[in-house]
Design a protein around this ligand. Structure first.
Ligand code: ATP
Ligand code: MG
Length: 370
């Protein structure tokens, strides 16, 4: 059981500053997922934790001990990368045992026990005698994970371990990793991914990174339902949340908002009177929109494109904005042809309001007047 605590972690390569002071407290046994756009510093942060990169500034603690100066080995960490890099001339068994045979003083029987236990956990026992080339991509990645398990780490680090796998194998191996976390109770896992479904399903908490700093940390549902800012709101969810420039018209215990391309909506959000007339952003998730016959629906426009994905249909609607499309995600197969004019509504409590700077204005939250 080991927690991982980052305090003011900075990383620069010469003049290039990559991480700008990351504070993060990862609990022992927690599954934490880093997400963020390409180049935001996810891999760098993972490599800093692993000890593969020097720390420019700040303190890294593992299990209550400052480890800034310790080697990767001394940190009790195992890392699994995107490319699994197995030794091609060694059997699965030998690949998994290799790291342990290098350690002096580990008995052969002990190595055997650890390899077989890892193989059992990952369900690769039938393949122990095979060479990697006789395995599928998913099986190979499980061997790579097995190699990490045999080292009995306190903390597991994964950098996009599934991104080389095809869709079906990715799902299967993702479930395998979730089970692995359950079976290895108390093992802390830190996982980097581009894949939203992986992030939402695996994480106890998600850390959204942007340009080397943390935008928000929270449970998947917290981030999805209550994003702190426009960046997080747009980053999670597919298709992205619709964001409409808007103007606050009237304030009080509820807020009347006039979005570009729509009629006024009244949100259960308290804003101070001084915000009357202020610029804002209204956010509406595609799945919160529904087609209605109501005369007073806030949004109305022509369907410019439909995409049927089987379980849902996406409607792209021209509500009279020039730059971005407005998307509704409807359940099932919606038989609405291109060119049809539709009215759309959403429950006020599902809509999100952000101030001009992009920070969330929350229900019941009173913000200082600008
Ligand atoms: N050795 C290095 N020297 C200089 N800059 C580097 C070095 N390694 C990484 N960087 C820069 O640091 C930034 C963060 O890189 P990093 O690999 O952590 O991004 P990432 O979030 O993992 O991206 P991706 O999603 O594409 O894997 C990038 O701008 C990258 O160019
Ligand atoms: Mg990366």
């Amino acid at each position: 059981m080991a927690n991982v605590k980052l305090t003011g972690i900075r990383k620069a390569y010469g003049a290039v500053k990559v991480l700008h002071g990351i504070d993060l407290d990862i609990q022992a046994g927690e599954f934490v997922v880093f997400v963020g756009p390409s180049g935001c510093g996810k891999s760098t942060l993972l490599r800093v934790i692993a000890g593969l990169e020097d720390i420019t500034g700040g303190t890294l603690e593992i299990g209550g001990k400052v480890v800034n100066a310790l080697t990767p080995k001394q940190r009790g960490i195992a890392m699994v990368f995107q490319s699994y890099a197995l030794y091609p001339h060694m059997s699965v068994y030998d690949n998994m045992a290799f790291g342990l045979t290098l350690e002096k003083g580990t008995a052969k029987s002990d190595i055997d026990k650890r390899v077989r236990e890892a193989a059992r956990i990952l369900q690769i026992e039938p393949y122990l005698d095979r060479l990697p080339k006789a395995l599928s991509g998913g099986q190979r990645q499980r061997v790579a994970i097995g190699r990490a398990i045999t080292r009995d780490p306190q903390v597991f680090l994964f950098d996009e371990p599934l991104s080389n796998l095809d869709a079906a194998l990715r799902v299967q191996t993702r479930i395998e990793i979730a089970r692995l976390h359950e079976r290895m109770e108390g093992t802390t896992m830190v996982y980097v991914t581009h894949d939203q479904v992986e992030a939402m399903t695996l994480a106890d908490r998600i850390v959204v990174l942007n340009k080397g700093h943390v935008e928000q940390v929270g449970s998947p549902m917290e981030l999805y339902k209550e994003p702190d800012n426009l960046f997080v709101a747009k980053f999670l969810g597919s298709p992205s949340m619709n964001i409409l420039p808007a103007r606050i018209e009237l304030t009080g215990e509820s807020t009347v908002v006039l979005p570009e391309g729509g009629r006024q909506v009244t949100l259960p959000v308290a804003t101070p009177g001084a915000m009357n007339g202020a610029a804002a952003h209204l956010g509406i998730r595609p799945e919160d929109l529904a087609v209605t016959s109501s005369e007073n629906a806030p949004f109305r426009g022509e369907v410019t494109l439909t995409e049927s994905l089987g379980e849902v249909t996406l409607l792209y609607v021209d509500i009279g904005r020039t730059d971005e499309s407005f998307v509704a995600k409807l359940p099932g197969e919606a038989s609405i042809a291109r060119g049809t004019v539709v009215s759309l509504e959403a429950k006020p409590e599902t809509m999100r309001l952000f101030d001009e700077a992009g920070d969330a204005i929350r229900p019941g939250q009173r913000r200082a007047a600008a």
